[in-house]
Design a binder for this molecule. Sequence first.
Ligand code: AMP
Ligand code: ZN
Length: 478
Amino acid sequence: MENKLRFYNTLTRKIETFIPNEEGKVALYTCGPTVYHFAHIGNLRSYIMEDLLEKTLRWLGYDVKRVMNITDVGHLSSDADTGEDKMLKGAKREHKSVMEIARFYTDAFFSDCGKLNIKTPDVVEPATNCIPEFIHMIRTLLEKGYAYEQGGNIYFDTSRLKEYYVLSNHSEQELLVGVREDVDEDANKRNKSDFVLWFTKSKFDDQELKWESPWGLGYPGWHIECSCISMKHLGEYMDIHCGGVDNIFPHHTNEIAQSESCLGHKWCNYWFHVHHLVDKSKSGELAKMSKSSGDFLTVSLLQKKGYDPVVYRMFCLQSHYRKPLEFSYEVLDNMSAAYEKLVRRVGTLDREGEVDQEKYAVYRSRFEQALCDDLNSAMAITVLYDMLRAEMSDATKYALAEDFDRVLSLNLTTAHAAKSAEKQVDPELERYILARIEERKAAKKEKDFARADAIRAELQEKGIVLEDTREGVKWKKV
Ligand code: AMP
Ligand code: ZN
């Protein structure tokens, strides 16, 4: 490994060099979707950037095992354990059973991930598969004195911890809870920050899925699932835990509390959080795109509007994961035009010939450096553009583009062929057209308009029409 990956660790609030517990191996965990509705493109921003992290680790040669849960029970409409179960809400909305809803939206989620070239994690586990594991952990927490039973529910006792807010800034989080409108204080809690591990009594008693437990018929709280599912598949130590920034508190804060109390040692060293996709669709003000508002953008909607989903991936990669990203169709349109040009450039490279190993190594290293610098994907794309402009053989460029795409996953080498097949244009002819367009550009620059017109006329005779647009010269077959 030539470069070492450095990225921002929410736990230490610093950019740190990544050192795994076991040399060469990475235990990676991602909080999965709550499957009561389609994932919106904000959720998918998080998964795209987590996919980038995973692929960067693999590029660097790590043996990665990535686990993801599917939340199909226990996530209430407020993250702070109040309100109705989101799954039940989804089921009522669609007059279906909770399991039907879960199956449908899990499939929809992975279909969206596929369109965005997000790799499916090595292990995907629905929460409802792991009820015995949840019960076992809750029992341990009760035995160790970290949990209590009150009013029929089991709560985690946050007053037992010296540092409950390790991941989040205490005063900041009190503020957050303070402004949340839907926080409906639970009188059973001994401390405001305590959270539910197991419900047998809820205001919403029509919960469809319930299981027998030592504390009566009930269902698990939301946070317990990620602690149990990760330990089931990754063991007692985890290297990196991922999620969107809204997961920092209370979800990840509670995961740390219960996991470390249960294990009796530190659990996860690095916490990777992706900032939100924001838009102005609701009130004209910039706001986090959210599923519960019901007013959100999906991959299918973008497709219906004619966008290639991979263009949305590129839109995400062009911005840093730790900054809020504002969605706009205008930027997406520009991205579409840039993407089309980019894949045309790569797709028309003449891949036959010698790869210049020295130049190959230089650009490979630059690309890697950008990624290792807190996953600077925008810089990695800049390296791609620089490389395509540089003086070297087409074969070297093609090999580099193919290599970079192991991480970027933008279909760099395949998209153009697919588009050309649709347009039924022979790649040889296309290379010729592009070369003629370049010659015409040069002629115009030299004010040799007669020659420029002759090139246009010659192409027209071959059935190729040129159009001068703001984004450059476009051509089509007629
Ligand atoms: P959920 O399905 O609500 O459990 O969320 C799935 C993932 O999407 C979590 O990691 C969230 O933190 C993340 N997420 C939710 N809203 C956004 C957003 N607007 N932008 C980016 N990530 C988000
Ligand atoms: Zn989680």
